[in-house]
Design a protein around this ligand. Sequence first.
Ligand code: PEP
Ligand code: MN
Length: 358
Amino acid sequence: MSNQELDVLRNKLDDINLDLLKLINERAKLVQEIGKVKEKQGVNKFDPVRERKMLDLIKDHNDGPFENSTIEKLFKEIFKAGLGLQESEQKKALLVSRKKKPENTLINLKGEIIGNGIPSFVFGPCAVESYDQVAIVAEAVKRKGLKLLRGGAYKPRTSPYDFQGLGLDGLKILKRVADEYDLAVISEIVNPADIETAVEYLDVIQIGARNMQNFELLKAAGQVDKPVLLKRGLAATIDEFIHAAEYIMSQGNGNIILCERGIRTYEKATRNTLDISAVPILKQETHLPVMVDVTHSTGRRDLLIPTAKAALAIGADGVMAEVHPDPAVALSDSAQQMDFEQFDQFWEEIQKLNWVTV
Ligand code: PEP
Ligand code: MN
């Protein structure tokens, strides 16, 4: 074969490549359109029955020289790429996505702005045990010029025989303390039916790690006009975490604070493994403020200061940690809550970081 003949064939091949490129992209545009229709109908993007039908039709028309198995492989790659396009379109469309809303969501809690670049701090006992117990912590929080107080009224415990929280009485204590000390209070709600009531008593509804995929609870929290602090599930991927937030926002409530609280890994040195890189990922992917709970992620008092520093250094909008007047007799999480002396030390160390302004 002369060089000239080879050139002719190569030119033909180039033309076919370009034709294929055009066709593949035409196909992609069609796939995108189909994706939009499916989105409106709320149906699943991946349809294995349809994919099988398309492959069968193609193979029926295959006159070679490619074997059917090769053709199937090639077309499956094309299908996969098309599905990927549909999914990235869908991701772009998530309400919590930064692509949808580039600017940070700011949440105003009685004048404390979460998400504006100045870190916020949430301190308070694991569980509300009595008015006196919450009030004395509130006083310590107030003395530091802080605004946010936590305390669990409904406690999701591993054992049904452990202290389950004071329930509505706990919410009433929080409300009273919030009013008396002019603080904003955060507390976990575990039952969708309690959301309406909680709105009257709380400044932020917390949805705990164990309930991150309690979709009815997420939807109920999405239907009220009250900020939600959503914790990452014990074994939830970042994608699942983001979609849990989407459940809330899709119901109309966009005031969501994401809270990384450690995930379960094989590591036993800490109660959970703090996934610190989740913070910048969540900040990049969503427009929501991101906090880090150093108490539940580490389960260790000696790690509270270094992990809080790490959280702030990596760009967290806030830190949560548990404080109890007498942790040794606490009805829950007694091993990891700070007493007032430790709280003072913790706060002293954090204040040395020059980006903290109270
Ligand atoms: C809590 O903050 O009280 C709590 C139970 O945390 P988590 O849901 O992260 O375990
Ligand atoms: Mn706790």
